[in-house]
Structures are given as C-alpha cells and as structure tokens.
Ligand binder design. Structure first.
Ligand code: KG4
Ligand code: ZN
Length: 345
C-alpha cells in the first residue's frame, strides 16, 4: 500500500447535503464544509430536481472555499473522490462530473465512491479511535435512505447480512416527526422532544423482534404511531416521541444482536460499527452499546458530525482506495442504485 501523491479532495452530493473536504494523504482533515440545503424544508422532504439545482449552485464555491482554507491549489492534489451512488441521480451527476472535470484538467486519479462504503469506512479515519478499527467488522448503516447490516471484510469487500423490508429507520423518524408537527428533517428534533418524554408511556409494536435473521421493518411502527395520534389527539407529543424512539432502540438492539451472532459464527472481529445520520442519536447508541456488550462486541461510532452525510468520509474512502491502487476511469457512470456487495472485484 502506498499513500496518494498529495491531498485528496472529496465531494458529496448524493442527497440534500452539498459537501466538500480535503484530507492529507494519511487522512488528516485540512478543510471541510457541509451545506444542508434549506430549500426542501417547505416541501417536507427532499425534492430531487431542487436538490440537483442547489448542488449545481453551491458546489463550485464550496470546493473553492475548502481548497482555500487548506491553502492548496488543485495542482497540489493527489486525487479527487466523489460519491457516484447510490443516491439521487441529478445530484450524483453534478458531483461526479465536477470531480471528473478537475481530475481531467489536473491529470489526477478519479475515485467513484460508493456512499454506503464511505459511511462504513468513516470509523477508520485516523484520529477517531485510539487504535485503527481493523477488518473485519460488522457495520449497521442507518440513515434516511438506508438501513442494513453489513460484514465489512475489507475495502470493496462487503457482505450484506440483512436490511429493511420497507422504510429506512431515518425515514421512520422523519415521518413520525411530521405526524408530531416537527420541522423537517425530523430526526434530530424528535430526539430533542423525546428527551422530555416517558419512553414507557405507550406500548408500540417492535416489528420483527425475535425473528430469525437480521432484516428490519419500520412501516408498521410508523402506522401504529399514526393510529395512536388519531385515537388520542391530546396525548403528550414528548411521550409519543420517547415511546417511538424506545421502540426503535429495542428493534435495532435485537436485530444487531442477530447480526452479531451471524457475524461471530464465521468471522473473527468483535467490533460493531454504527454509521449514517441516525447513528447520531444518543438513545440508539446506548441501546446498541448494551447489545454489543452482551455479545462480547464493542460498539464504535463516528462523532455525530461525521454520522450524517459529509465529504470527509468521501475523501477518506477515496484515500482507502488510492492506497490500494484503486481508481476509476472518467467514463464511470454514476449509479442511483449501487449495492455494496457489487463492489467486489
Ligand atoms: O446519512 P444521512 O445524513 O443521509 C442519508 O444518507 O439518508 O441521514 C439523514 C437521516 C434523516 O432521516 C434524519 O432525520 C436522520 O438521519 N437523523 C436522525 C438524527 N440525526 C439525523 N434520526 C434520529 N436521531 C437523530 N439525532
Ligand atoms: Zn448517508
């Protein structure tokens, strides 16, 4: 393995965060910026065309600012990495085309980064953990668009153990938050509201708890909350939020338990990594840490600012690939659907 020839620029535009970051070849963050597009708030969800146009408006300035803060010109870079999927195709085209243009103009290697792999590898960013989190480990990827358990065997080498059969967990948070009248995106607001509520107040379902395998389901839980609100319109919103969050914590703990058992039966590592926007939730982290301890695993989670979409993780995934001699042709097309298992060479 050899380090990239210079700092690596990362670009993230797969959903509604426009983000850029520059990392030194060994992974030190030299500059970073994340812009959460405010344009979608009034629609109560991400509007793909609006997101793509906003990326187009914001990305050039964001990249220039990050390079400026790092005190670097493009010529000093050792590579450009951009999220090329999975995600909303308009945004993916904007970010990856921008990165390819820079790579072409400055004769730099281009890395087409899989967004899920970027979330899964974030925990290996130097400086986050006392010791590097080594392969293999089990990753629970929980965000607005994704919810899956993956055995991370190496860079480009992943095995999916289970995933959601309906909604992603962040989607459930956002929908329940909307039912409670909270502003979008509702996950963080729901967590704040739940802090003042009673998690035992309402008995909500725990979908798939105790079932074999490690798939997830959240749409029934969301529907149960909708019925509860319709039946008891005067119920305290904080109690509903806390009861919902507790149900999610119980389900995630149970599903992660099954995934750890499956992982431990075949593989040597005993680390459970949680990543993605929902991993910022403290109640869920506590539940997962307890579930991990019961199985002899240790829970590792990136700091909350690196859980949600960001470009530090994209640049880092780029470095992990460049170190192994992996880069991509400029003809690589972005992919709205791009399962992690398909990365295997
Ligand atoms: O990883 P991310 O930024 O974007 C996707 O790839 O989807 O995740 C965003 C999701 C949203 O659904 C948001 O509501 C949720 O993560 N989220 C949270 C929290 N912070 C963000 N959900 C629960 N508790 C939080 N503290
Ligand atoms: Zn994400």
């Amino acid at each position: 393995m050899s380090l990239p020839a210079g700092p690596v620029l990362g670009i993230e535009t797969s959903c509604d965060e426009t983000a850029a970051a520059v990392l030194a070849p060994e992974g030190r963050v030299l500059g970073e910026a994340v812009l959460s597009q405010p344009e979608h708030g009034r629609f109560g969800g991400v509007v793909p065309e609006v997101a793509a146009r906003a990326h187009l408006d914001h990305l050039p300035r964001l990249v220039a600012g990050v390079l400026d803060r790092a005190g670097l010109g493009c010529a000093a870079l050792g590579g450009v990495a951009a999220t090329a999927g999975p995600g909303l195709i308009g945004g993916l085209i904007v970010g990856s085309s921008f990165a390819k243009g820079l790579a072409l103009a400055h004769r730099l290697p281009f890395v087409a980064v899989n967004h899920l792999e970027a979330h899964a590898l974030t925990i290996r960013l130097p400086g986050l953990e006392a010791a590097e989190v080594a392969f293999p480990y089990l990753a629970l990827l929980i965000s607005g668009g994704h919810c899956q358990c993956v055995a991370v065997l190496g860079v480009g080498h992943h095995q999916r153990l289970g995933g959601t059969i309906d909604d992603a967990v962040g989607e459930a948070f956002d929908k329940v938050a909307k039912l409670l009248g909270l502003a979008w995106p509702g996950g963080p607001a729901l967590e704040r509201l739940a802090a003042g509520g009673d998690p035992q107040r309402f008995a909500l379902p725990r979908p798939l708890r105790g079932r074999p395998g490690c798939d997830f389901s959240f749409s029934g839980l969301k529907t149960a909350v909708a019925h509860l609100i319709a039946a008891q319109p005067d119920a305290a919103a904080a109690d509903i939020a806390a009861s919902f969050q507790q149900a999610v914590a119980d389900v995630l703990g149970d599903r992660a338990d099954h995934a750890m058992a499956a992982f431990a039966a075949r593989l040597a590592g005993r680390t459970l990594v949680v990543a993605g926007g929902v991993a910022a939730n403290a109640t869920l982290r506590t539940a997962l840490a307890a579930a991990a301890a019961r199985r002899g695993f240790t829970l590792r989670a990136p700091p909350p600012r690196l859980c949600g979409d960001n470009a530090v993780m994209v640049a880092w995934a780029g470095i992990e690939r460049l170190r192994r001699g992996l880069s991509d042709p400029l003809a690589t097309a972005p992919r709205p659907r791009w399962p992690l298992e398909s990365l295997a060479r």
